[in-house]
Design a protein around this ligand. Sequence first.
Ligand SMILES: [Mg+2]
Ligand SMILES: [Zn+2]
Length: 267
Amino acid sequence: PKRKCLGNVFLWFFSSVCSVNCPWTAMKFLLVFDFDHTIVDENSDTWIVKCAPGKKLPNGLRNSYQPGHWTEYMGRVFVYLGDSGVKEEEMKRTMTTIPFTAGMGDLLRFIGENKELFDCIIVSDSNTVFIDWILKAADFHKVFDEVFTNPAAFSSTGYLTVQNFHTHHCPKCPKNLCKRKVLKEFLDKQLERGVSYTQIVYIGDGGNDLCPVTSLKKNDIAMPRHGYTLEKRISQLTQDHSPVECSVLVWSTAVEIVSYLKLLIKE
Ligand SMILES: [Mg+2]
Ligand SMILES: [Zn+2]
């Protein structure tokens, strides 16, 4: 443990004294992506309902959602789909027709071409099966170093099942997922391996993206999608005189994100 600690001290020393072109420390950015309404232009958990008979859920099921318990609700949706005879292949076919957000293909290709500069993770309240299908079908899976989301799998009887990502004590987040905790654990793990980031770029849209965004530092940047909950929550904090510490750049299409990243790596 002592040597590890010393390693971090050296890392800190070199990153403090070295410029961008320093041979000892490479400039590295961390891109954190939400998935629903950020990478894809829809909610994957809503999109799967297209597989249901008549493309809708029975009222009783639809009304059974209790705030903060989304994963349990989706579990019931998957049981209903299984009971209705919807098979894995049909779900996959449906999920891979979900549209990507405008410009997202270009953004992910740009990141893929510059992987030496960007580490890239997804933190999402969707599930591993959906995200895996969608990214692989579009050949974007290699862009991402890790995907943190609710673990899902097909049972031996062909039913899709989903579990909570983790447990946490954050009062602001849904029971199954605190994205701030995920990000903190990822950063701690990276630091132990000697990786620290020049800047964190957080790209998202939803209410559950606020918790991690409030943990970002002065040098980091939050990129909330224009017109969505995260943007509204961030401006509410500013109005309440407790603005977020990081910079904020609102985007409408991922083309704007590409422009920002190009500026960033030119510096
Ligand atoms: Mg979202
Ligand atoms: Zn939280």
